[in-house]
Design a protein around this ligand. Structure first.
Ligand code: HEC
Length: 115
């Protein structure tokens, strides 16, 4: 292959890669808005009426983020979350693939305010 073509190929591959990253980010945001925001709020603060009713913790608070691991967050989304008395706090969220759930966990982690 002639060097110039190689360069063009490399550049276009990078473009395709970042496009799909951006698409994934947008998809994760809309997954959050469709499935999570009604309880956790659009920004994860949980300060909307539904979040207040459920006494949802504020995901932008680092001490709240420290209370669960990525694996626990994943399990809460996939299987739901119960309180100490066995009462359902958060139902399993249906219709998300494992990849989408992993992306949502990362999305939640980014809600931590940068110090
Ligand atoms: C019906 C309301 C509701 C919906 C919808 C909901 N959650 Fe929750 N979620 C809760 C409640 C209540 C808790 C309990 C934690 C608390 O006290 O703040 C919780 C806890 C969590 C936790 C912490 C898990 C842990 O181990 O403490 C994560 C992470 C989470 N939710 C992510 C999500 C994501 C992502 C979605 C959307 C895919 C979602 N939630 C949808 C109500 C909801």
């Amino acid at each position: 292959m002639i060097p110039k073509m190689k360069k063009i190929l490399a550049v276009s591959l990078v473009c395709v890669g970042s496009l799909s990253l951006a698409a994934r980010a947008a998809e994760t945001k809309s997954n959050w808005e469709d499935n999570c925001a009604k309880c956790h709020g659009p920004d994860g603060k949980g300060d909307k009426p539904m979040g207040k009713k459920l006494h949802i913790a504020d995901f932008t608070d680092a001490s709240v983020q420290a209370k669960f691991t990525d694996a626990q967050a994943f399990a809460a989304i996939k299987e739901g979350l119960k309180d100490a008395d066995g009462k359902t706090r958060m139902k399993a969220i249906e219709g998300l693939s494992d990849d989408e759930i992993t992306a949502l966990v990362q999305y939640v982690r980014k809600m931590k305010p940068t110090p």
